[in-house]
Design a binder for this molecule. Sequence first.
Ligand SMILES: [Zn+2]
Length: 258
Amino acid sequence: MAIIVNPTHSQFPVVVMCDRNMVVTQNDTLLSLKDIETLQQYCEIIDRIEEKEFSICAIEIADTTSLPDTFKIKTIRQFFAENDEQTTLLVSRAKALINWRKNTRFCSICGSKLKNSLQFTAMECPNCKKIHFPRIEPCIIVLVNKGDKILLARHTQRNQDIYACLAGFMEAGETAEHAVAREIFEETGIQVKNIQYRGSQSWPFPSQLMLGFTAEYKSGEIRTQAEEISDAQWFDRDNCPATPQPGSIAYRLIHQEY
Ligand SMILES: [Zn+2]
């Protein structure tokens, strides 16, 4: 897939982002190219990517303090919660590409400054010719069942106001199923069986691919890993504390939407 930077025209919907927020119309829709002509009179555009194969134009702006009244901001996560999979896929792709370009400036082999590839959606080293493709980091996320109860945990570092599924990055060399069993045991001391894949979701904060699983309790008592988990408990599915909002694979796992 080829990437076109700074295109001169486009019929695509435009995903305008500013860090974890995005700009939408007052009707909650993505912007058009005509909207961008207005927007750029008020906001500084710091990156812009168009990709024909995914039918997207992605724009990052410097800040939203001068945003005209015809537009509003909302968090990307909120947009995920309110829109269908087809639309959120566009936004995921846009966010992932913007993040990747922000974090991919120099060649990891020889240290030279990278240029846009003319052939692929990639960056190319003008010195050693290494092609750097967008990076995806696979993570597992799992809901553990024990009869009518589910295992949810509160994390020490992130989302401390909610109880969520257990999740973690995959380690080099392991399968997703190994990662599920390892992560649950490390964080809670619980061993599981019957690990089942339930679906995936792009989670571009900054570049995760979440692989969703369910598993059944096999043995063990809850013993939390203090540096990762502040609390973990078995909850009744119908009587849970605050949990992740719609639009996330965690929500789908907890509410059995798979
Ligand atoms: Zn190089």
